[in-house]
Design a protein around this ligand. Structure first.
Ligand code: ZN
Length: 340
């Protein structure tokens, strides 16, 4: 990355000239050839990236060098942190979009990113089963657990019974606690920008509350006795409690990723006896077993939920608020379109 860094520095020196050249003109080509790279690749290199504290020369370089780097363990809380940080800090997610977070195995470059971060935000409640080992290899990097203060729901069944269900962020109500923890963590880390973090957090909190109300109204259009949510992972316990949904799942947490025959049989029996018309699975795991449940019960496999990861910007759940909206709309559409 040395070259990119050097090019970035050089590019910043000629930033006035580059700004006046909106396209890759002959003059810019000559200039960029001097920098030892082709026009397009240099343009890529000087585009703000999430990968470095110092590689944002298209914005004000000196400002970016002062920005704190916040590393989160997965994409959903990265979005929450970004909403609070605004343009005052650089937020990154350790796991990529679509990645399975529970059983993730950090790479050597992840350790490097962890060590370079100014702050690490994690979910806690044993979501990141790899966290202790990961942190054991880092020195003096502060970290904050965002689920701190949430009213924990324990897993009700299977091997993990009695342990905390880690998916607290799936409740908008609990998400407000996450946002408060982010606000405080960023303000403590970077007091100069604390007032910005405070107002960003307040505005984001209002958006979450407004969406919570909207989703409650959406759920209310389904008769109470039909409010079932059948998923692969038991990730909906928090939002199910908030919205009066009855939850049914194949396995408690994704670290299992495989249902035992007994678990499958239990879901099949319940879907049949309760005449549940639709079943779902999450985006980060295989839906094969749930499709088998659908075949054996006559229920419809009615789509994918987003829980442990956002989608890419072009997808249906590029932000946390989109994720909640998509899941509830998909569920309600499925339940309402059913004939049963
Ligand atoms: Zn999960």
């Amino acid at each position: 990355m040395k070259d990119i860094h050097d090019v970035s520095k050089k590019a910043s020196k000629v930033s006035n000239l580059l700004q006046s050249l909106s396209k890759c003109s002959r003059g810019a080509i000559a200039l960029l050839l001097l920098l030892g790279s082709a026009c397009s690749s240099v343009e890529t290199n000087i585009t703000p990236t999430a990968g470095s504290k110092t590689q944002n020369p298209t914005q004000n370089l000196s400002q970016n060098q002062d920005k704190k780097v916040i590393l989160t363990t997965f994409t959903v809380i990265a979005d929450m942190a970004q909403q609070v940080a605004g343009d005052r800090a650089i937020v990154q997610s350790l796991t990529k979009i679509g990645a399975e977070v529970h059983g993730y195995e950090p790479t050597p470059s992840d350790l490097q990113r962890g060590q370079q971060a100014d702050l690490i935000l994690d979910n806690g409640l044993n979501l990141e089963r790899w966290a202790e080992k990961f942190y054991g290899n880092l020195q003096d990097v502060p970290r904050v657990t965002l689920s701190e203060g949430v009213e924990v729901i324990n897993i009700a069944q299977d091997e993990a019974a009695g342990k905390p269900n880690p998916h607290a962020w799936m409740s908008p109500k609990a998400a407000l606690i996450y946002v408060e923890n982010i606000r405080k963590a960023l303000g403590d880390l970077d007091p100069v920008n604390a007032s910005v973090y405070n107002s960003n957090a307040a505005a984001y909190g209002e958006k979450i509350k407004a969406l919570d109300q909207k989703l409650r109204e959406t759920i209310a259009t389904v008769p109470p006795e039909k409010r079932f949510i059948v998923s692969c992972e038991g990730a909906f316990s928090y939002i199910a409690k908030d919205y009066g949904l009855k939850e049914l799942y194949l396995w408690a947490v994704n670290s299992d990723q495989q249902a035992t025959p007994k678990q499958v049989q239990n879901v099949i029996e319940q879907v049949k006896s309760q005449q549940i018309p639709v079943v779902f699975c999450e985006s980060t795991v295989s839906a094969d077993t749930q499709k088998q449940v659908a075949r054996e019960t006559g229920a419809k496999f009615a789509g994918v939920f987003y829980v442990d990861s956002l989608t890419t910007p072009g997808g249906v759940a590029p932000t946390y608020l989109d994720l909640l909206t998509y899941n509830i709309n998909t569920l309600v559409k499925g339940l309402k379109n059913s004939k049963q």
